[in-house]
Ligand binder design. Sequence first.
Ligand SMILES: Cc1ncc(COP(=O)(O)O)c(C=O)c1O
Length: 384
Amino acid sequence: MNIDTKNSSKLPNVKTTIFTTVGNLARKHKALDLSQGFPNFEADPNLISLVNNAMMEGHNQYAPMQGYFGLREVISEKIQTLHGHQYHPENELTITVGATQAIYTAISAFVHVGDEVIVLKPAYDCYEPAILVNGGKPVFLQLDAPDYSIDWEAFKAKITKKTKMLIINTPHNPSGKILSQNDMLWLQEILKDTNILVLSDEVYEHIVFDGQQHQSVSRFPDLAQRSFVCASFGKTFHVTGWKMGYCAAPKALMEEFRKVHQFAVFCVDHPVQRALAEYLKTPEHYLGLNDFYQRKRDLFLKGLAYSNFKFIPSQGTYFQLLDYTQITQESDEDFAKKLILEHKLASIPISSFNVNDRDDKVLRFCFAKKEETLERAVEILSSL
Ligand SMILES: Cc1ncc(COP(=O)(O)O)c(C=O)c1O
């Protein structure tokens, strides 16, 4: 047998992700790791107890394909309360293996060979491969540092007869930018007379700072009717390892979504769904997250106020970008590597999120870390 995996690869240009490369280097050199997007503190023990209870109570077999109904019910109520839009728990919500599976499934269910999908760069890395595996064509709109605001006229120019979908992400990884109500109104207006679908990655929905409000697509009726909202409990409850999320979409879209979901995963972890259904009944468990992470952002940035890094404070997510052009003109990959090898601090170079690896000389730091970790990181960065 002689299988030519090179020529038959559906993703010939996909390499090991920057997260794996940096993570391995950080471990090898025992560096403080502010690269990957996960907390280095524990989740609420009450949530963990709820999972234990669910297992002891015998919820250890397959959950329903769409997800445990009690969890879908409480998600539906939460969205209704926060954004004033009702997703019916019966046929408009599906529990998924993290947001990643929700994103992959929505793309697989709707993107046909030759369809164009507009992706705003810098972008989280799971969108493009999902489009390519399904024979779609990613069409990129590069946003500019340091502000990363969307030029809606430039966006309009990317729309063609083949545009099937647009992917947005607010709050945005890696920039920490949030879309404003005006942005959403622009988008709604531009898409009004089209059949373009929107995939809205809202995994950081509960991490928004400075009194701003998360502008979910579900708040805008004409956007809601064409959108998939993808969310992640991993991000919200400090349990990224549980890989638990959901997708909300109008009935007709959700029906197609479920056709793919049913045969890709069928259903997801049952005891965790039971636990989340109970935990979500207390809104403080997610409404307190804005302040919790804002304190961490402020601690990190206060420490860097007199450093040689330039920055715009993150508006949401648990990431902060730092511009290092006052320190060196090295490429972001070289500088990130040097930080690990010589200063024992890991971060992510942003070029890997940009079109053609454009290098704006900024690094991304994750501040979902214990105070002492952030203080140590500040000490290192201030010495540069
Ligand atoms: C913007 C964005 N979308 C999706 C995901 C994936 O979420 P999950 O771990 O729930 O699959 C991440 C995780 O880092 C992310 O940053």
